[in-house]
Design a protein around this ligand. Structure first.
Ligand code: GAL
Length: 360
């Protein structure tokens, strides 16, 4: 064999075993976009619109400063879910320090939904004002006429001021799990880790960690998706869930969450309900099976934390569980675990193959 043939063969073998191929997910590996750069869309979610998937997520930079928003929200597009084209920054942070979304604020877990009545794309995200750590606990909303943006920031909310959760009686005695709920009744409830969910009837829900991260709130949004209606429900009061992700399958609503340990992984949880308003039944850890290369096991979500459950278009019953593996010392190097979801014996199950493809 000539030296040239050996070189070509080596190249073919190297490319063949590389992390990203055109028709496979390789969870946890570097995931190059169309420009060969690791995708930069952390804590994200995906919107399917007119034949194309759009992935929105936190744009991160290297080093400690990367844990705050220095750039904004990224957008990528894809027709097949494997190969992603960088569409640039959909929502930019503001150079004006007085802006609510000033450069250096904390802007996490952005999600975008489409409102077919107003024909607007609506983005919600967890917002912490610049320099205030995680004390602000608000949810921001931005809109655009075009899916890829630019999105225009409208305002931020403390949800559901002067409303009690559906079926909740504030006068009930012996209710120790709702002191924060009562504290925030007047000024609105806290909102940190969040996601959005649009039901088949077009109603949109905002799901966020509230009450000092003790209790998740599921809130019905107004028909334009830009505000809260005051109708909300509590999930697992006092259960310390965050990183919510939701899907609908077989007329049931399924939710995956994590516990609250910051950037460090913990054991995931799952829930099921017949209605978004609950009651939500706890199903335990949805992650099953070892890490394919002997890394952190399913008892700590293989090192990841949930962010979204992505329904595969035109393939009913097929979903991808999206998790982030955070790298808080070098946030731009955070990895993505996109993993197959199955439903078995009344449970939602997630496994971690070393590589996999969406079944035909
Ligand atoms: C996690 C949360 C992340 C980020 C982080 C900061 O618990 O899910 O989105 O807020 O805490 O420590």
């Amino acid at each position: 064999m000539s030296f040239r043939t050996i070189r070509i063969l080596t190249l073919v073998l190297t490319l063949g075993s590389g992390p990203a191929t055109a028709d496979q997910f390789t969870p946890g590996e570097i995931w190059p976009d169309d420009q060969g750069k690791h995708i930069n869309a952390h804590g994200g979610g995906v919107l399917f619109h007119e034949g194309v998937y759009y992935w929105f997520g936190e744009h991160k930079i290297s080093g400690g400063r990367g844990n705050t928003a220095q750039v904004g929200v990224s957008c990528y597009s894809s027709a097949d879910l494997y190969q992603w084209e960088n569409q640039g920054i959909a929502l930019a942070v503001d150079g004006n320090h007085r802006s609510e979304i000033a450069k250096g604020c904390i802007l996490e877990r952005p999600k975008v939904i489409y409102n077919s009545r107003t024909r607007k794309f609506v983005m919600w995200f967890h917002l912490e004002h610049r320099g205030k750590g995680y004390a602000t606990a608000r949810s921001g909303v931005a809109v655009s006429d075009k899916v890829t943006g630019p999105y225009q920031f409208l305002k931020s909310h403390r949800p559901n001021a002067r409303s009690w959760p559906i079926g909740y009686d504030p006068l009930k005695t012996g209710d120790s799990s709702s002191s924060h709920l009562k504290r925030d009744y007047e000024k609105g409830q806290m909102a940190r880790d969040m996601t959005l969910f649009v039901d088949d009837d077009g109603r949109a829900f905002h799901i966020a960690a509230s009450e000092e991260n003790q209790t998740l709130h599921i809130s019905l949004l107004t028909p334009d998706y830009l505000d809260f209606t005051g109708k909300f429900t509590r999930v697992d009061p006092g259960g310390n869930n965050e990183a919510p992700a939701i899907c609908k399958h077989d007329d049931k609503y399924w939710m995956i969450t994590s516990g609250c340990t910051g950037w460090a992984p913990n054991e995931a949880r799952s829930f099921v309900a017949d209605s978004m308003a609950g009651p939500w039944k706890s199903l335990g850890n949805p992650c099953e099976g070892p890490h394919p290369s002997g890394g952190i096991g399913p008892d700590k979500t293989w090192g990841g934390q949930s962010t979204f459950i992505l329904p595969v278009h035109d393939k009913p019953g097929q979903f991808i569980a999206m998790f982030d593996v955070w790298r808080p010392k070098d946030p731009i190097d955070g990895r993505y675990l996109w993993l197959p979801v199955t439903f078995r014996s009344g449970r939602i199950i997630v496994s971690h193959p070393s590589s996999w493809s969406i079944p035909e």
